[in-house]
Design a protein around this ligand. Structure first.
Ligand SMILES: Cc1cc2nc3c(=O)[nH]c(=O)nc-3n(C[C@H](O)[C@H](O)[C@H](O)COP(=O)(O)OP(=O)(O)OC[C@H]3O[C@@H](n4cnc5c(N)ncnc54)[C@H](O)[C@@H]3O)c2cc1C
Length: 459
């Protein structure tokens, strides 16, 4: 460690290295809790060249490194293990003005997502990804986790926003595709490998992100539904009627809705008691027409008994209140003492059978456990939470995910916490191919080692 500090002290300059009492307690973990060791040292470069020097030096010394962004992840990927130093991108927060010609924006990896959203918005443009952690999560973390969020239905995941990347490999070499060409088939599209690789293949230092025209308006409905079949039926009708302007389709389970309502802290749009609730967002070029179409679809579904009560937001305040409720769901579940959270994806054609079967499997392990569900239903992504920490529940849920051909990590990644379950979603051949990629980009295994999968020989 002292050799590392001697070598990097001059390179990183004042404030570039934190040790001892300067290392803050928050460094121990991410959104899943402070379960890691307090690192001996935090390296805080200001430029890509400094990141390259840090990694080249660590690689030469065989020093393991864990990369930290905003520490809002839900997979333990940024949580330090014994013997690791932290590489934090927090001093690289620059955001350039959007380029209107290419409709892109260049941001440094440590820039908060919200800063990029605001810069885009001030130029009449929109970044397609939005998540509840927008004020704290970073562009580097968003790329590394391939973040999703509420508007994937319309704009895709973070991968779809990335026009170009700058990445530093474990040996300090810099790969750059920041020119952001729309067409570039000159060999492999290397940037794709780093998106969603959770910092195991390289450190993201800058990203060029695609922007979209800002929609003319937002029409938002809050709907009570009789069950998952009705939810899927309504989704199909809305897609047919609204096409690409259907931008969010979020589901909330009745048990969770009732629990949040009982806290009494929020204005709830509808009375509790329905099996499921939906937030339906339509953002298009003609809000008045979109509203008419949405009302017509909801009216027809209600006439057939598919959906119950529904309200349309009438003001900016109504809209803000509904999204505030959506963001309160995760916060409510994080407060529960023994909760286990599963971030899963299931094909929409299998989701009804999956929910029924998984409910039975959980009840067989723990008859009293509450199942709290919410999520990005339009993408087949459920945040499935069980109010009991018995490890047999994780096996039961992931067993049902595997049987349904689903994913154990829809948008939060695998990190350290879901690593034991990777084989429920990926074959041995796939995991082996991932190991070979890791060996090619980081032969000494210094970078985020042990995240997603173990390297051969690791305990
Ligand atoms: C309230 C709340 C709501 C959320 N909602 C959503 C949601 O809707 N959708 C969603 O997808 N996620 C959501 N998340 C999870 C989280 O915000 C995302 O995973 C986010 O992308 C993590 O970014 P971060 O900067 O905090 O990364 P961190 O937590 O610091 O790190 C996450 C992973 O990325 C790696 N990493 C970080 N920066 C870099 C870099 N520059 N280069 C290489 N690797 C790096 C880390 O090593 C780690 O493996 C939510 C979290 C919270 C707290």
């Amino acid at each position: 460690m002292s050799a590392l500090l001697d070598l990097l002290g001059d390179t990183l300059g004042p404030g570039g290295i934190q040790t001892g009492a300067d290392v803050e307690a928050r460094r121990r973990g991410d959104g899943n809790g402070p379960h890691g060791v307090l690192p001996d040292c935090v390296l805080r470069p200001r430029t890509t060249e400094e990141v390259a020097s840090v990694l080249a030096t660590c690689d030469r010394l065989g020093q393991r490194v864990v990369v930290q962004g905003g520490l809002t992840g839900f997979a333990g990927g940024a949580r330090p293990l014994a013997g690791e130093v932290v590489l934090s991108l927090e001093r690289m927060r620059g955001v350039a003005p959007p380029d209107p010609a290419s409709a892109t924006i260049l941001a440094e990896a440590g820039a908060p997502l919200e800063a990029v959203q605001q810069a885009a918005g001030s130029a009449g443009l929109l970044l397609g990804v939005d998540i509840g952690a927008r004020g704290s999560c970073t562009i580097g973390g968003n790329v590394a986790t391939n973040a999703g969020g509420i508007r994937v239905l319309r704009y895709g995941m973070f991968r779809d926003q990335v026009a170009g990347l700058e990445v530093v490999l474990a040996d300090g070499s810099v790969l750059s595709s920041l020119s952001g060409l729309r067409k570039d088939n000159a060999g492999y599209d290397l940037k794709q490998l780093f998106i969603g690789s959770e910092g195991t293949l390289g450190v993201v230092t800058r990203a060029r992100l695609r922007l979209h025209p800002k929609p003319a308006g937002e029409v938002l409905a809050f709907v009570a539904a009789s069950g998952i079949a009705a939810v899927l039926d309504l989704l199909a009708r809305l897609r047919a009627a609204l096409g690409a302007s259907l931008s969010a389709y979020e589901m909330i389970g009745g048990t969770l809705y009732q629990a949040v309502a009982l806290e009494g802290a929020l204005r709830m749009p509808l009375a509790a008691g329905a099996p499921l609730y939906l937030i339906v967002e339509v953002t298009g070029a003609e809000p008045a027409r979109d509203r008419g179409r949405l009302e017509a679809v909801l009216g027809a579904a209600a006439d057939e008994g598919r959906v119950g009560d529904a309200v349309l937001a009438e003001s900016a305040r109504d809209i803000a209140d509904i999204w505030r409720l959506r963001e309160a769901l995760g916060r409510y579940t994080l407060k529960l003492a023994k909760v286990q959270g599963f971030d899963i994806a299931i094909g929409l054609d299998r989701i009804a059978a999956f929910m029924e079967k998984t409910g039975r499997a959980v009840a067989a392990v723990s008859p009293a456990a509450r199942v709290l569900v919410f999520g990005h239903l339009g993408d087949g992504n459920l945040h499935y939470l069980v109010d009991d920490d018995d490890p047999a529940i994780a096996k039961a849920v992931y067993g049902c995910v595997a049987e349904a051909g689903g994913s154990i990590a829809a948008e939060h990644g695998v990190g350290l916490d879901k690593k034991p379950y990777l084989s429920y979603s990926r074959s041995a051949a796939e995991i082996n191919a991932m190991r070979r990629l890791k060996a090619a980009f980081d032969p000494k295994g210094i970078l985020n080692r042990g995240r997603i999968f173990d390297l051969s020989g690791d305990p």
